[in-house]
Design a protein around this ligand. Structure first.
Ligand code: ZN
Ligand code: ZN
Length: 538
């Protein structure tokens, strides 16, 4: 494909470019090739050779590229299946920072340097800031076994502990196992039951076809706050579940948008509890948000706090320095009558299923857990249905001035300096994911996997697949020295960077070659399920 910006390209060819690009993308999709590859320059330290390599977008950033989305779903399904009915304790080996993680970390450092340069030159850093946020998440996701638990800040545990009372639930003696109980049938067969639970937030007003019947009566404020803090409620649920079950319960869960745009949760749980007990836990679980009050709007419109170096943000009229985040929390602790900013609970609608290992039911539910992963919460904003669109817009508006985190600039509206306050902050202009149309309040991870779910991280599952393919090809999978390569971002317009169409076609060609090879192997009677290797990147 020719470069559309090259003026030597005949006009007719240039005009045909947009169509051609679409065609190439279609072909790429058919071959399972990433359509939004991220180019990285890789330097081999031993030979000095540099090469521009396309990394599949799904491996680097949160992506809506269909082939990468499909690949991620397959990996997640494998991971889910691996742990649900585990019959032996997982051995947790310390994670080695593999090559991929290392290159992410290096990339992160480079993007930071690039961002700082841009800022110094007076350029716009919005995109680079967003890239840094996404890279941070990816580094966490690549390295750690996805974990939403155990992140509660230690410093404030004193006061929050006092108020975060444990609900009134039965408590069993803890046993040191992550496995569920087994049952032996009269025929001597051993059964290993597990559970599948769906947890939903409460009603905010009656809905029909994904939009409120009476928008004025719909509680958007509560819906916004529930979405913002939903992951905390999940944490509490797991804590309570473990306390009652008396063992180290493991789970694989996915957070999905409901039609009414509230997040809800599907959770595969290893082991089983009496249904009535589970219902009791769900009903008793709550989370209190101990943040400063937002009842009074102190600054809005043209009257906004001003920043003074060394002092922080001040009241523009009186010059009074606004309390810092820490001071505001101290005041909250000292106030015996203080109420939490918000209390979350699950709604009445819950669904609990018992599931046996290896049954069609289990397979179906595993598919269900990964089905909507690529759907963003805010997809309704793009619909043609005016009622649903208006509903999404109202929720977005409710989120606009709602503080999403201690660092959120919206705190200035309520007279508090955000944690780690910086210059240039203004209420209503938070860049946090939670306020964005794609997230509609829920900025947490979409897949939550407990630490001892299986023996493998997602990176290891990918590695498994790679090893299998290489073995099938008769190639030895040599361990790569992680320090051998240096990775650098490639800026758009770099002269080494071929046009996207050319790069896609190259990847398709690679994929074709690889497929032919696999087909030959299959013809030789290997008989393995080749579709399972579909995920390997070209
Ligand atoms: Zn992709
Ligand atoms: Zn925010």
């Amino acid at each position: 494909m020719t470069n559309p910006n090259d003026r030597s390209t005949p006009r007719a060819v240039r005009m045909a470019q947009p169509l051609a690009r679409e065609v190439v993308e279609e072909i790429a999709k058919q071959y399972g090739v990433c359509i939004r590859p991220v180019p990285l320059r890789r330097q081999d330290i031993l030979t000095g050779q540099t090469e521009v390599i396309d990394v599949p977008c799904g491996a680097t950033l949160e992506s809506k590229c269909p082939p990468c989305a499909k690949r991620n779903r397959q990996l997640r399904r494998a991971q889910c299946r691996e742990g649900w009915h585990l019959d032996h304790e997982p051995v947790n080996l310390p994670d080695n920072a593999d090559e991929y993680q290392r290159h992410l970390v290096e990339l992160r450092a480079d993007v930071q340097a690039w961002r700082d340069e841009t800022e110094k030159a007076g350029g716009d850093t919005t995109d680079l800031d967003a890239a840094i946020v996404e890279l941070n998440e990816e580094i966490n996701a690549a390295g750690m076994r996805g974990n939403v638990l155990g992140r509660t800040s230690g410093k404030r545990s004193r006061s929050t502990k006092r108020r975060q009372d444990a609900p009134d639930l039965p408590k069993r003696q803890m046993t040191k196992t992550t496995l569920g109980r087994t049952f032996t049938g009269s025929d001597g067969k051993v059964y290993r039951p597990s559970m599948f639970v769906t947890l939903t937030l409460p009603s905010y007003g009656r809905v029909g076809e994904g939009a409120p019947l009476n928008p004025d009566a719909y509680d958007y404020g509560r819906a916004a706050r529930d979405a913002l803090h939903f992951s905390k409620l999940i944490d509490r649920f797991v804590q309570n579940l473990r306390r009652v079950a008396g063992y180290d319960v493991q789970y694989f869960a996915s957070v999905e948008p409901q039609k009414r745009l509230a997040p809800h949760l599907h959770m595969a749980i290893r082991g089983t509890l009496p249904r009535a007990e589970l219902r009791q836990i769900i009903a008793a679980t709550y989370h209190q948000v101990w943040w400063p009050s937002t009842d009074t709007v102190r600054f809005e419109g043209d009257r906004l706090p001003v920043r003074e170096d060394g002092a922080g943000y001040l009241d523009p009229a009186t010059g009074e320095v606004l309390p810092t985040w820490e001071q505001a929390l101290d005041a909250l602790d000292a106030d015996e009558d203080a109420e939490p900013l918000h209390v979350l609970r699950f709604g009445d609608q819950m669904d609990v299923k018992g599931v046996l290992a290896g049954t069609p039911d289990a397979d179906q539910l595993i598919g269900y857990l990964s089905k909507y992963l690529t759907k963003s919460l805010g997809d309704a904003l793009g619909t043609d249905d005016p009622r649903r669109k208006a509903h999404a817009e109202r929720l977005l508006e409710a989120l606009r001035f709602e503080p999403c985190a201690p660092t959120c600039p919206n705190w200035l509206r309520y007279g508090v300096q955000p944690k780690g306050a910086k210059a240039g902050m203004a209420p209503g202009r938070c860049k946090g994911k939670a306020h964005k149309p794609d997230h509609l309040g829920y900025a947490g991870r979409r897949v939550l996997v407990s630490r001892k779910w299986s023996n493998k991280t997602l990176t290891e599952h990918k590695q498994d697949r790679r090893t299998w393919v290489l073995e099938a090809l008769g190639v030895e999978d040599e361990p790569v020295d992680p320090h051998r390569y240096l990775w650098r971002p490639v800026k758009p317009g770099d002269s080494d960077l071929a046009p996207i169409g050319v790069r896609l076609l190259r990847s398709v060609h690679e994929r074709q070659r690889w497929r032919n090879h696999m087909n030959q192997l299959q013809a030789l009677g290997d008989g393995q399920d080749l579709s399972a290797t579909e995920g390997r990147a070209a």
